[in-house]
Design a protein around this ligand. Structure first.
Ligand SMILES: Nc1ncnc2c1ncn2[C@@H]1O[C@H](COP(=O)(O)OP(=O)(O)OP(=O)(O)O)[C@@H](O)[C@H]1O
Ligand SMILES: [Mg+2]
Length: 364
């Protein structure tokens, strides 16, 4: 049985449809990451699950029980907010124990749960401090500690790391993954950072304008994006998506035109397009290579920016009729601005999207 089920969840704010017909099953101990651009409904989805917003239509079940009419405090869920929302005049220990005190939990029980959570989060020596005496990362851990002491069935995190600097974000990301293993808890985590989604999730939910675009494991979404939006959302740098047209369709091959006019025969599972149709060609920067070697054609790219990152180099250039292409190559590749380099395209790593941006099935 799913720990959490959403059935046809819809939320309207006046004329704005923030969530539209969301169906989602989340298993016990699963780590689910909800991603999507700003305003797509991520926070609203968490708040509806938590009971901080009433849904307009639909149903929510926790452990098989309908909770969509249950008040937030009785749903057995704990939410960690982006801004931490700590009480400034209470100590760390008082902040962490507050919900238990409100629920009239005996003091000895509160102390033992607070101490245990502090041990897990390694903030035992901070328990008597006030929030203003803490760093951002420490406050973050207190906010998580406050959720842990409630022993919730499901943790809900709304962009908890977005206020932290890049290095601390990476550390906290690893800490949260460890915590997930230690607590064996179900976690739903909202972010707009695709790297966090890829590295932390068992399952990613991609939202756009209140609708679910695709649900799957990080690798499913990376290798088999359902549409061009998911293709360009997952992966960094983004997938190159070039407008093209279909020149020929054969059994398990759709041939499209490359910038410059050369044909590219792409292997696919089933053809859902015809010669003459418009399409989009998706190519991940890390799947393109500089050089003419290998199966498939080579096109000339005029480089306008290079980003040497040490371990890899990212090239930005123009191909064909001034279309932008981004290529990521391992190691250092000294290329001058304005230089032309040959970019090799392996058709087996290409994605095709039809005129409605829906992916053509890839070969298995
Ligand atoms: N209380 C509200 N009243 C009216 N509209 C709202 C309310 N809360 C959210 N919205 C609208 O609902 C949509 C979804 O908002 P939501 O906060 O869920 O987005 P989000 O995905 O969390 O975005 P962000 O990444 O910027 O936090 C937006 O169009 C927003 O303007
Ligand atoms: Mg939000």
């Amino acid at each position: 049985m799913a720990e959490l089920s959403l059935r046809k969840v819809t939320k309207q704010f006046g004329a704005v449809t923030a969530l539209s017909d969301i169906d989602l099953e989340i298993a016990h101990r699963e780590f689910v990451v909800i991603v999507g651009p700003s305003g797509c409904g991520k926070s609203t989805l968490l708040r509806v699950i938590a009971g901080l917003e009433q849904l307009t239509t639909g149903e929510i079940y926790v452990g098989g029980e309908a909770v969509h009419r249950t008040p937030a405090a009785k749903r057995g869920l704990a939410m960690v907010f982006q801004n931490y929302a700590l009480y400034p005049h209470k100590t760390v220990a008082q902040n962490m124990g507050f919900a238990l005190r409100m629920a009239k939990t005996p003091k000895s029980e509160i102390d033992s749960r607070v101490n245990q959570a502090a041990r897990i989060l390694q903030i035992e020596d901070l328990l008597e401090r006030k929030p203003r005496q803490l760093s951002g990362g420490q406050r973050q851990r207190v906010a998580i500690g406050r959720a842990i002491v409630r022993e919730p069935k499901v943790f809900l995190f709304d962009e908890p790391l977005s206020n932290l600097d890049a290095a601390l974000r990476v550390d906290m990301r690893v800490e949260l993954a460890k915590l997930h293993n230690t607590l064996n808890a179900t976690m739903i985590y909202v972010t707009h950072d695709q790297t966090e989604a890829m590295t932390m999730a068992d399952k990613i939910v991609i939202l756009r304008s209140g609708k679910m675009e695709q649900v799957g494991s990080p690798m499913e979404l990376y290798h088999r994006p359902a549409n061009a939006f998911v293709g360009s959302f997952i992966g960094s740098p983004r997938m190159n998506i070039l407008p093209t047209s279909v020149t020929a369709v054969a059994d398990h091959t759709v041939t499209v035109e490359l910038p410059g006019g050369e044909p590219l025969p792409v292997p696919i599972g089933a053809a859902t397009v015809q010669a003459g149709d418009r399409a989009s060609l998706g190519m991940r920067p890390e799947h393109l290579t500089v050089g003419a070697d290998g199966p498939g054609p080579t096109i000339a790219m005029k480089v306008y920016v290079t980003e040497p990152l040490g371990g890899e180099t990212i090239l930005y250039g123009h191909v064909g009729d001034d279309q932008t292409l981004v290529v990521k190559v391992p190691g250092e590749l000294p290329v001058a601005t304005g230089e032309r380099v040959p970019v090799h395209i392996n058709p087996a790593s290409c994605h095709l999207f039809d005129d409605n941006d829906i992916a053509l099935p890839r070969q298995t």
